[in-house]
Design a protein around this ligand. Structure first.
Ligand code: NAI
Length: 319
């Protein structure tokens, strides 16, 4: 198979000063892309002083013979998103790829989940993706080409204790991905998302905070037990999936892929065949709950039209 390259393409990767984003930027640049390496620096919870991690990644790309510039604007504001996109346009005159990866965490049980814990996560993950993608979208629309890779999470898709703020933000990104895929369909703008699994400072934080809240004494032991597993979760092994979704040859849109340790799989929104009764009662629901939940004949609706077609089929016997 020919090497999948990005020569002449311009990419923005947010949160690329460390962790997963750094690996995405390194791989795209190694395959020929010009990369805007965006990162504010700071701690895993979004506190602490800004650092020059974006410049470090950009320097490492340059030293390896690639092409990159650093951007330290925050994705949390409309102006920041605009400035990140403008950095690409001013330096290279185009923008082909956006990887919305910047993220923070701040776990707490729901009864301690204050607005101070919610708002920053909505701002970085959800509004951040909005703020960067909106100015990028008009460029991509006018060019009739674009690739956008958003970042969901197993915690957001499946739920995970003490992460209601994070999951609220990540769940929104799933909706954003689906809508933009539909709007980009005729423009060759493909929009997908990944749910990564990688041993970064963020995963380390989440594992430690769950253990510490429940039983501080066992936290270290649990971490040690997981060490052989964590050692396999190299963030560089997620980057090929992101690069594929960012490539001109990417055939899919509106989809979510989980990637970790070299394994790739697809998440999808499925619908059971269900139960229909035009005189539905509460007791009918109770009596048929197993049938309603039975996944053995599920479908995967591509959009609300498919959902309406399934209901139409149930009503008028077309299924
Ligand atoms: P990380 O903490 O190493 O990287 C996140 C980066 O985003 C940091 O470099 C941080 O400085 C940057 N950032 C934070 N706020 C920013 C802002 N306002 N503007 C620009 N940059 C900002 O964590 P990791 O693991 O690399 O996370 C990357 C993405 O993957 C995040 O969206 C995260 O939620 C997601 N994720 C990670 C998982 C994992 O297993 N590591 C699991 C599921 C999702």
């Amino acid at each position: 198979m020919n090497e999948l390259r990005f020569d002449g393409r311009v990419a923005v990767v947010t949160g690329a000063g460390g962790g997963l984003g750094r690996q995405y930027a390194l791989l795209l640049a190694a395959r020929g892309a010009h990369v805007v390496v965006n990162d504010t620096g700071g701690s895993v919870t979004g506190h602490g002083s800004p650092t020059d991690t974006a410049q470090q990644t950009a320097d490492d790309i340059s030293i390896a013979g690639g092409s990159a510039i650093a951007s330290t604007h925050s994705v949390t504001t409309v102006e920041g998103g605009r400035a990140i996109v403008d950095a690409a346009l001013e330096r290279w005159g185009r923008l082909d790829i956006v990887v919305n990866n910047a993220g923070i965490v701040d776990d707490a049980p729901f009864d301690q989940m204050t607005d101070h814990r919610l708002q920053p996560l909505l701002d970085v993950h959800l509004r951040g993706a909005f703020n960067v993608t909106r100015p990028a979208w008009t460029v991509m629309r006018d060019n009739g080409f674009g690739r956008i890779v958003n970042t969901c999470s197993a915690a957001g898709l499946l739920g995970s204790v003490h992460m209601s703020n994070y999951a609220t933000a990540k769940g929104g990104i799933l909706g954003l991905t689906r809508v933009l895929a539909a709007e980009g369909a005729d423009l060759d703008i493909k929009v997908n998302a990944i749910a990564p699994i990688a041993a970064t400072r963020m995963l380390d934080y989440s594992l430690r905070s769950v253990d510490a809240l429940n039983d501080p004494a066992s936290a270290a032991a649990a971490q040690e037990m997981m060490r052989p597993f964590l050692d396999r979760l190299d963030p560089a092994l997620v980057a090929p999936v992101v690069a594929f979704l960012a490539h001109p040859d990417c055939p899919v849109s509106g989809e979510v892929y989980t990637a970790g340790a070299g394994q790739v799989a697809r998440y999808f929104v499925g619908r059971t065949r269900g139960y229909h009764n035009p005189g539905l009662s509460v007791e009918d629901v109770a009596a048929n709950i197993d049938r309603i939940r039975d996944v053995s004949h599920h479908t995967v609706p591509e959009g609300p039209g498919d959902e309406m077609a399934e209901l139409y089929g149930a009503l008028f016997g077309a299924n």
